[in-house]
Design a protein around this ligand. Structure first.
Ligand SMILES: Cc1cc2nc3c(=O)[nH]c(=O)nc-3n(C[C@H](O)[C@H](O)[C@H](O)COP(=O)(O)OP(=O)(O)OC[C@H]3O[C@@H](n4cnc5c(N)ncnc54)[C@H](O)[C@@H]3O)c2cc1C
Length: 578
């Protein structure tokens, strides 16, 4: 029996656990990750990686390798609704609606003004091996697949766990100061008696991972194709992208009361979507339940829940893995600050205070976006379900009919299907999440009303919000405002051309509190490359903004302060819970 003594034990080697390992390694925090499987996920699962998640990958040096394998933007600029992909029938192969999506088409400039990072699409079965390589490259000894956490206890001093090495059956003990439960909700939350609140069996979903040559029919820019009236969706899974994708997933929902199709019937349904004879090789068919649940608490003493362990939601809007990566982005710097000794353990209480509300919003949004597909079905005329085949046929022919009623049907459908922008164009939802309470100092300003449909992202430096991206020039280099925080820095202070007093204050506070404060003096050390920073910073030239390592604003002073060192010290102390 071996014994491991590490600062952090991570349970689970899915995308979120592996990313926790990468972040902790970057912060120089030793840890052990145990994953019961021998290898990463065999299922494609999550594929859409939103701009905020890509910013996080960029911060930790892995975005380029993800973009290199992910889908090029030109192949993910549209989602569409069709009757079938192909076929000879009078209504086969017809496109019903096409929507620009994910800031990959005409809205690219808008997305790119707000973020250095475009989104991408890379299924988990290709992302996780990449994350595993990156985690092992940073700390090969830390990542142990084929090891299962059996049980654990925790108290004021730390966590004691037993882990079984599955190949040998040997049981090892682990002593850690903190435990991160990235186990998808299988182990840690249930052992702590943490309830998941919300419906767990909304509808059963079938995902078939197939290989097929659909290149003759798949449209160049399309990332997701929905089919009406049959109700499934097809998504390319690479590894080559665009129409030449070799692999695909087909998804079908089974609504309560409907019979669950067997594998043969599922293959027949895929054939119906495609609408013509194509060789299909089924790699894997999985059945899973769409849930909409949130952990009643994210922390229990020295144990933290992240990713699917904290929230599980329908895949609409692709918020599952993205929210999980964003959870650990919030937690990792806090663990590092506490373990390095410049913040007390109380800082960690802000993790749940900040992330649980974001989790709640995303769980509710994903459910809302899933339900909206029923509105689209209704907009096509397909409610109530199931309809007799001859009625469905009349609805389809009626949709394409000449005349007043046909035009009315098409107009109604276009009006309703356009509301699915809540899933496919949700820039504000993806990038605008903010914290109201936690490791920050509110400045009392009113929060912007926001776009109710989650589309229009409004950059702001209001405390709790993501620091707006803007290009800066520094020593002949072009940097994003997001590139400033270094792994050794407790916080970053940004000030304007008349903010010299804040720089002196930062040096004084850093010395007094024993923390690194990186400084950016716009107009002197750094220059606003294209005027965008000036447009979004919301402070005067003599104001200051304090930024956390996760690029969320912690505090700001809109202009100068009579006692800048006192004001800054007070802010840093609140932010670091000192
Ligand atoms: C069809 C589908 C499509 C999706 N699409 C998207 C999308 O486009 N975008 C998106 O963001 N999300 C999407 N999701 C959701 C996404 O897949 C999940 O949110 C994500 O996998 C969660 O990652 P995780 O690391 O938290 O948990 P998991 O991936 O579940 O990993 C948890 C790991 O913990 C391990 N484990 C559990 N207990 C123990 C133990 N006792 N000891 C050791 N190891 C243990 C498990 O073996 C597992 O490997 C989709 C999901 C599905 C099913």
């Amino acid at each position: 029996m071996a014994h491991f003594d590490v600062p952090v034990l991570i349970v689970g080697g899915g995308g979120v656990g592996l990313m926790t390992s990468i972040m902790l390694s970057e912060y120089g925090i030793d840890h052990l990750l145990v994953e019961r499987h021998d290898s990463t996920s065999e299922l494609p699962k999550a594929h859409y990686l939103n701009p905020r998640t890509m910013e996080i990958f960029r911060q930790f040096g892995i975005a380029d390798s993800i973009y290199a394998r992910g889908i090029p933007l030109r192949h993910m600029s549209k989602v569409e609704w069709r009757t079938t992909l192909a076929g000879d029938g009078p209504f086969d192969g017809k496109q019903l609606f096409e929507m620009e999506c994910f800031g990959a088409g005409d809205s690219t400039a808008d997305y790119r003004r707000n973020s250095v990072c475009p989104p991408t699409n890379l299924p988990q079965l290709r992302l996780e091996p990449l994350l595993l390589d990156q985690a092992q490259a940073r700390n090969a000894e830390a990542v142990k697949f084929g090891n299962e956490l059996l049980d654990f206890t925790h108290d004021d001093q730390g966590v004691t766990a037993s882990v079984r090495h599955l190949a040998s059956g040997e049981i090892h003990s682990v002593r850690a100061q903190y435990l991160v439960g990235a186990d998808g909700g299988k182990t840690i939350g249930p052992m702590l008696g943490i309830n998941m609140v919300g419906p767990t069996k909304i509808f059963e979903t079938i995902t078939a991972h197939i290989s097929a040559d659909l290149s003759s029919w798949w449209n160049e820019g399309v990332i997701i194709s929905h089919f009406l009236p049959s109700g499934g969706r097809l998504v390319p899974m690479g590894p080559t992208w665009g129409p030449d994708s070799q692999e695909w997933t087909a998804h079908f929902a089974v609504f309560p009361g409907d019979p669950v199709p067997d594998d043969g019937e599922i293959v027949a349904k895929i054939g119906e979507l495609i609408g013509t004879d194509v060789d299909i090789t089924v790699k894997k068919i999985s059945h899973w339940w769409a849930e909409s649940v949130l952990a009643e608490r994210y922390q229990d003493g020295r144990v933290f829940l992240v990713g699917d362990a904290a929230h599980r939601l329908p895949p609409t809007t692709g918020l599952g893995l993205n929210t999980g990566i964003q959870d650990v982005h919030n937690l990792a710097w806090k663990l590092a600050a506490v373990l390095r000794g410049y913040a007390p353990p109380g800082l960690l209480d802000s993790y749940g205070a900040e992330r649980q509300l974001v989790g709640l919003r995303n769980v509710e949004w994903a459910m809302f976006a899933a339900q909206n597909h029923l509105a689209i079905d209704a907009g096509f005329g397909l409610i109530p379900f199931p309809l007799p085949a001859e009625v469905e046929a009349l609805i389809v022919s009626g949709f394409f009919a000449d005349g007043v009623v046909g035009e009315a049907r098409r107009t109604r459908f276009r009006t309703i299907v356009a509301t699915q922008c809540i899933e496919f164009c949700a820039q504000e939802l993806e990038m605008g999440y903010a914290y109201a309470n936690g490791a920050l100092v509110s400045d009392g300003s009113a929060s912007a009303t926001g776009d109710p449909l989650g589309q229009v992202y409004q950059p702001t430096t209001r405390p709790g919000h993501r620091l707006p991206h803007a290009w800066l020039e520094h020593a002949g280099q072009r940097l994003s405002t997001h590139d400033i925080a270094g792994v050794e820095d407790a916080v970053v202070l940004i000030t304007g051309s008349r903010g010299g007093a804040w720089l002196a204050a930062a040096a004084e506070v850093a010395e007094k509190l024993g923390v690194n404060i990186a400084t950016v003096h716009i107009g002197t050390t750094h220059h606003d490359a294209d005027g965008h920073w000036g447009a979004v910073c919301e402070i005067e030239e003599d104001g200051a903004i304090l930024v956390r390592p996760d690029n969320h604003v912690a505090w700001r002073s809109l202009s100068s302060d009579d006692q800048p060192a006192l004001a800054l010290a007070a802010a840093v102390e609140v932010v670091l819970a000192r």
